[in-house]
Design a binder for this molecule. Structure first.
Ligand SMILES: [Fe+2]
Ligand SMILES: [Fe+2]
Length: 189
């Protein structure tokens, strides 16, 4: 019997908008952990603190706004157009409200991370406020991701016509093209 010894490498699944959105959720959860560790670790060397604070600043000013735009600007209007159920519409409205809440929390955290990136020795003075705000951010983001993953994306996946899902994907890629502003045309982080 002939046994095939050479295996064809598994072909990568074609990229799909929902798959990319869920990959963003993995990164959001990772950065929440970075934020919590930065706030709580009292022994970390200053350069590590500074580096973590810089990464948090970049992630939450550049990458997260792109993900929010993917959902609010690319996905939401197409779902409404496609005839989302009343429960789905409620989840969509709640999603956008939560985006605004999260942005407000970040408005308090971003200056603190910037300060720590430049002056990691300020950690003892900033830690109490940082810990509370980081815990609030992580809890709100987890509840938010859960809402999207449980109450919105499953229906959205079934509902969105393939050409509309491809259009969402194309807009997501365009947002991440080199030289593109995080908040889209004309916006600043
Ligand atoms: Fe979201
Ligand atoms: Fe999301």
């Amino acid at each position: 019997m002939h046994i095939q010894l050479r295996f064809k490498p598994a072909e990568a699944a074609p990229e799909d908008a929902f798959q990319l959105l869920l990959e963003c959720h993995v990164r959001i959860r990772e950065f929440c952990l970075v934020a919590l560790r930065l706030a709580r670790q009292v022994e970390a060397p200053p350069h590590e603190r500074s580096e973590a604070a810089g990464r948090l600043t970049r992630y939450f000013t550049e990458a997260l706004p792109r993900h929010v735009a993917d959902e609010d600007e690319s996905l939401a209007p197409r779902l409404l157009q496609a005839g989302l159920s009343p429960a789905g519409r409620e989840a969509l409205a709640e999603m956008s409200r939560q985006h605004a809440d999260i942005e407000a929390l970040l408005a308090a955290l971003l200056p603190v991370w910037s300060e720590l990136a430049a002056a990691p020795g300020r950690h003892p003075a900033l830690a109490p406020e940082l810990a509370g705000d980081s815990e609030r951010l992580a809890a709100r983001l987890e509840a938010h991701l859960y809402l999207e993953e449980q109450s919105l994306f499953p229906e959205a996946r079934k509902l969105l016509p393939p050409e509309e899902a491809r259009a969402v994907l194309a807009e997501m890629r365009a947002r991440r093209a080199p030289g593109t502003s995080p908040r889209g045309k004309g916006g600043e982080p």
